[in-house]
Design a protein around this ligand. Structure first.
Ligand code: HEC
Length: 146
């Protein structure tokens, strides 16, 4: 059984040690951040706004974050090409070759170009070795894909 004095010391030392570890790991993490990320152009910023306003992350992931209903889009430009992405965004019919429906946004060419600029930007980001899952459909839909 610890005396009151010992318990107090244990608490203080424990708090101090974990706090020091926390500060150390924070400094280490910050030392890994690469400051030189590509700038967000005005068009890409408009695209990002469209991305947020329409809650695309309610179905898609980007940089590994979001929902798992639809494909990860961080590198969609590299994977699919600009024309394909524009066609999906401008279509007035739901794009659904794999059984799940992408919203038929029927975007204007201007809006689709802005979203494409946003995807070009995410594709260029230095992710410090983080590997997003390069999958074309959600794992839940994979059984349906021939
Ligand atoms: C209701 C869910 C949902 C929302 C919201 C949604 N999507 Fe999709 N999207 C899908 C699904 C499902 C697919 C895959 C369709 C398929 O391949 O069968 C898809 C496919 C795509 C593709 C083609 C990806 C590929 O690899 O083939 C792009 C690009 C895309 N969406 C962009 C967007 C953008 C930008 C937004 C927001 C403006 C958005 N999506 C919002 C469900 C959604």
């Amino acid at each position: 059984m610890l005396s009151k004095q010992q318990a107090k010391m244990l608490f203080l030392i424990g708090t101090f040690v974990t706090f020091a570890v926390f500060i150390g790991l924070t400094i280490y993490s910050l030392s890994l951040v690469d400051e030189e990320q590509p700038a967000l152009s005005e068009a890409a910023a408009r695209g990002k706004h469209i991305w947020e306003k329409n809650n695309c992350m309610g179905c898609h992931t980007i940089l590994g974050e979001g929902a798992y209903y639809a494909p990860e889009l961080t590198n969609v430009i590299e994977r699919r090409g600009e024309a394909f992405v524009k066609a999906v965004l401008m279509s007035d019919q739901p794009w659904a070759p794999n059984g799940r429906k992408m919203v038929a946004y029927g975007m204007s060419e201007q809006d689709a170009n802005d979203v494409v600029e946003f995807f070009k930007w995410t594709n260029q980001l230095n992710l410090n070795g983080f590997e997003y899952v390069d999958r074309k459909v959600s794992p839940l839909a994979i059984k349906k894909v021939k």
